[in-house]
Structure formats: C-alpha cells, structure tokens
Design a protein around this ligand. Structure first.
Ligand SMILES: NC(=O)c1ccc[n+]([C@@H]2O[C@H](COP(=O)([O-])OP(=O)(O)OC[C@H]3O[C@@H](n4cnc5c(N)ncnc54)[C@H](OP(=O)(O)O)[C@@H]3O)[C@@H](O)[C@H]2O)c1
Length: 246
C-alpha cells in the first residue's frame, strides 16, 4: 500500500495557512493544522476535507503563548496519523510596534508566536522528521530586508526566523531540509483591508502590478516539499517582483 505523507501546519484554519492546507491535501498529503481563535473555520475545513478523503485531515487547538505548548502539540500530532513528514511554521502575529509604544507584552506576544514556537516545534519534531527524511518550511516575509517601518518587533521576529531557517538547515542536515518562503503582498492584513490608497501605493511598486494569491505560496511550499530534494537553507521570495523596487 502506498504511504500517505503527513504535513503539519501552524495557523492553518484561515487565509494563507488554509490555502496551503487545501492545496497540499489535494496533492495527496494528510494534513494536521493548529488553530487558536478560528475554531469554526477549522471545524468547517475539517468537515470539507474529510468528506473528500475520509480520515485525512485533523486539527489541534493551541495557543502559542502557553508554556510547554510545543511538546504537547507534538505528542498530539504524532498520535493522529502515526507520522509527520513536514513541519510548516506559518502562524504569525502582525501589528505595528512603534518605538515609543513597545511593551514587554507585545515583545513576547510577537516573538513567541513568530520565532520561539518555530524553534521549539522544530526541536520537538526533529527526531520524527529525521526518521522520515522530511523537511521544515518557515513562512517568513519579504519585509525583513529592508524592514517594514514602525514594525520593530515583527521585523526582528521574521529576521530571526530567516536566521533560524539557515541555522537549522546546517544543524539538521543531512537528514532534514529546512527552507523559507517569503510572501510579498498576498492577502492584505485585515486591519488594512479598506485602505485603498495604501494598497494602490504598494501595487504600483510590484513589478507584476498585482497582488499574489494564497495558492502562489502553497505552490512554492509544494515545490520545496516534493521536488526540491537538493535544496536546503534557502528563502524563496514570492512577491511578483516587489523586491526589485523596495
Ligand atoms: N498575508 C500576506 O500577504 C503576508 C505577507 C508577508 C508575510 N506573510 C506571512 O505568511 C504567513 C501567513 O500569513 P497570513 O496573513 O495568512 O497570517 P495571519 O492571518 O496573520 O495569521 C495566521 C494564523 O496564525 C495564528 N496565530 C497567530 N497568533 C497565534 C498564537 N499566539 N497562537 C496560536 N496561533 C496563532 C492565527 O490562528 P487563529 O486564527 O486560529 O487564532 C492565524 O489565523 C504568516 O507567517 C505571515 O507573517 C503573509
């Protein structure tokens, strides 16, 4: 019987994480996602995907600010399908933190979710990924260099995630490949969704003159998982050429 590989995605109930979950599921993988506040979305996705292929999709509720969450998540995840082949660190916190308003609360909130959890999940999943010759994908951001104005903590968290990607690619080789995918303007932040002036300004600087689709990220992820056996320590910008004009 053919083996069905399992992909684990953090923050997979909505937006880009959900698109990746659906796309990889359609490509034949079993999927486990974590969700925190999006319980209804997670439930509805689970219903839809398990209807398409019974016992192929599962969810784990997890808040990344709680202690020992990564070892708990791993213990739950491995019980579901008996294996995990790919870890995708997608969940993220994104909001401005101007220097005058920085608090320890926002530091821990953003750094824990965007950087600490990807590191400790990698630690927990590593023995299993090593056994499966698997891989890790970290979802970063084109804005780490040059950084996004007034987003100090977010910039630090994503720059750290790139450093983590490269470090883990070295330390976990040759058994586990570790790569990054950096989205440009794919889905507007919900807080900015009606700011047309800002959107127009961003679009004017994108070489392809349009925003991307969540599936553009999913396709890059699938390439890194499936067809990039000789690629590790890389970060692919999926940005329609936005980086040419930054
Ligand atoms: N959207 C873009 O165009 C864009 C651009 C550049 C980079 N990115 C990167 O691409 C990835 C996906 O982007 P997105 O816009 O789809 O992300 P998002 O909607 O901002 O966040 C994804 C999920 O992260 C989960 N999450 C956040 N904080 C959490 C916490 N403390 N504990 C547990 N889960 C938490 C949330 O789950 P719940 O909803 O279940 O609470 C949320 O649905 C992110 O890493 C982002 O930084 C996106």
């Amino acid at each position: 019987m053919a083996i069905t590989r399992t992909v684990f995605i953090t923050g997979g109930a909505r937006r880009i994480g959900m698109a990746a979950a659906k796309y990889l599921h359609a490509s034949g993988y079993n999927i486990i996602i974590t969700y925190n506040k999006s319980g209804l979305e997670a439930k509805s996705l689970s219903k839809r995907l398990n209807k398409l292929r019974p016992n192929s999709f599962a969810t784990i509720k997890a808040s990344f600010t709680s202690k020992k969450i990564c070892s708990l998540i791993y213990k739950k995840a491995i019980k579901i399908f008996g294996r995990v082949d790919v870890l995708i660190n997608n969940a993220s916190k994104f909001y401005p933190t101007k220097i005058a308003n920085i608090t320890e609360k926002s530091w821990f909130d953003i750094i824990d979710t965007n950087l600490k959890v990807p590191l400790f999940l990698s630690k927990e999943f590593y023995p299993e990924l090593k056994k499966r010759k698997g891989s890790i994908i970290n979802i970063i951001d084109i804005h780490i260099d040059p950084p996004l104005k007034d987003h100090i903590i977010y910039n630090i968290s994503k720059a750290g995630l790139l450093a983590l990607t490269k470090t883990l690619a070295k330390d976990l080789a040759p058994n586990v490949r570790v790569n990054g995918v950096s989205p440009g303007a794919i889905m507007w932040p919900e807080a900015d969704i009606s700011n047309t002036k800002k959107k127009k300004e961003i679009l004017s600087r994108i070489a392809l003159r349009r925003s991307g689709e969540p599936n553009d990220i999913a396709k890059a992820i699938l390439f890194l998982i499936q067809d990039a056996g000789y690629v590790t320590g890389q970060n692919i910008n999926i940005d329609g050429g936005r980086k040419l004009n930054m």
